[in-house]
Write a protein that binds this ligand. Structure first.
Ligand SMILES: [Zn+2]
Length: 218
């Protein structure tokens, strides 16, 4: 089994855990609540996926609810795609940007490592992910409303309550994966790109994923 196939076998909970662990608030989450937040993030994505399909997303673009803009360049700061909106603006100022050059690089990396990935699926995965952020921005979904905030003491003096930002990403990835029905998690595309660009970092990524499986099995 090659590395791609090993990563493809990781359960969604593992990917959600990896995203949660990267959240700045993660150290403040009580250990007993980690599973709760993983479930909340996954469920938010699944709930939205039960309401939408890819055809409806393209329909929403056609109806100009949100604009799809393909940039023939690399994304800034290594991003593959993004959702942008101007506060208080009309629908014409809501935009999903796909950075075609970066998406092509993912496709080239897949070809190099003999992984069967189609360009259209790579585009659709990113489109669906950013569309989830559009749904959040237009208050059609809100994982915060359905999840408890994390509450913790600062210097033993006062209590702070914070929302967990990575829940958005867990939900958006879950939404995209279900809509595109991929056998791999969208984060694997990040690993693929990294593998081509920086083998050492890709190995760190891979090892981190596998060490999270250890936690899963415990
Ligand atoms: Zn996102």
């Amino acid at each position: 089994m090659n590395e791609w196939q090993i990563l493809s076998q990781l359960p969604q909970e593992t990917w959600a855990r990896i995203l949660l662990q990267q959240d700045p608030i993660y150290p403040k989450i009580p250990t007993a609540d980690v599973e709760y937040y993983i479930r909340q993030g996954l469920q938010a994505g699944l709930d939205a996926a039960s309401q939408w399909d890819l055809r409806q997303i393209y329909q929403a673009i056609e109806n100009q609810q949100v604009r799809l803009c393909t940039k023939h360049s690399e994304g800034p700061c290594g991003i593959h795609a993004e959702y942008r909106s101007v506060q208080g603006s009309s629908s014409s100022d809501r935009e999903i940007r796909l950075y075609e050059q970066t998406l092509q690089e993912i496709r080239s990396a897949a070809e190099l490592y003999k992984i069967p990935l189609h360009m259209q699926q790579i585009r659709d995965l990113h489109l669906a992910h950013e569309f989830y952020h559009y749904l959040e921005d237009t208050n059609q979904v809100d994982v915060y409303k359905t999840s408890r905030s994390v509450s913790f003491m600062v210097f033993h003096l006062f209590r702070q309550t914070r929302a967990i930002k990575s829940l958005h990403e867990i939900a958006a990835h879950t939404f995209a994966q279900h809509l595109c029905q991929t056998t791999y998690h969208p984060l694997q595309l990040d690993w693929l790109l990294l593998k081509q660009q920086d083998e050492g970092q890709a190995k760190v990524f891979f090892d981190t994923c596998l060490s999270s499986v250890g936690i899963e099995k415990r």
